[in-house]
Write a protein that binds this ligand. Sequence first.
Ligand code: FES
Length: 241
Amino acid sequence: MVASRFDSGRRRICGGLAASVALAASLPRLLGATTHRSFPSRTLVHPGPGAQPFRATELQPGRNYVFAYPYVSTPCFLLDLGEPLTEPVTLETRDGQRYRWQGGAGPNRSIVAFSAICPHRMTHPAPSVSFISYRPSPSGPPGEGIIKCCSENSRFDPRRGARVLSGPAPEPLAAIALAYDPAGDRLTATGAYGGLLFERFLAQFEGRLALDYGPERFARLVAGDCPVYALEDYSRVNMQC
Ligand code: FES
């Protein structure tokens, strides 16, 4: 059972755009495409008091889960795709930098995580609505599900490192590196690679992010653990297209 993001009381609506603008001045400089960055390792946990570890085997294949990483306000998809993903895939950022997606994690290597920020115009799951989500194939065999952005219909293949299948997105979704601890059945986010848009995202959406997460908080790196939410608990409306 995944607790509601709103029930947990984590959503902070704060006024004071002036404060957020002041904070934005201290944001890291916008980065160009950087293919690999380490961020503090964060264990994936259940929301709420006690932060019980979210066990990898609790994930329901095909269901959309979201966690914020590496920043408090930058959402990522966590998906169990239901089949081993053991083949690395060579991909390229919009700037032509090559990188290798490392495949799935977890006991069956079927679990993947990607930034949920669309590389086209940075559509993303927000507390109010999500226009981007994973769509499992309703009746077909495994291997047909896609991540789809409804804004301008970009489609990504999560089994191949979220490479672009169609649409205007200029590069794959950035990958989140996951480490798996078989002893505890735990997953830990350790960094990100691919076309990283986090700082650009924080700058572009700072006004709304400050309202949603608090002006002092939205641009901070996640401290402690990373709560995992079902998408329907992270975003009140999940748009289909
Ligand atoms: S923002 Fe996703 S396709 Fe345009």
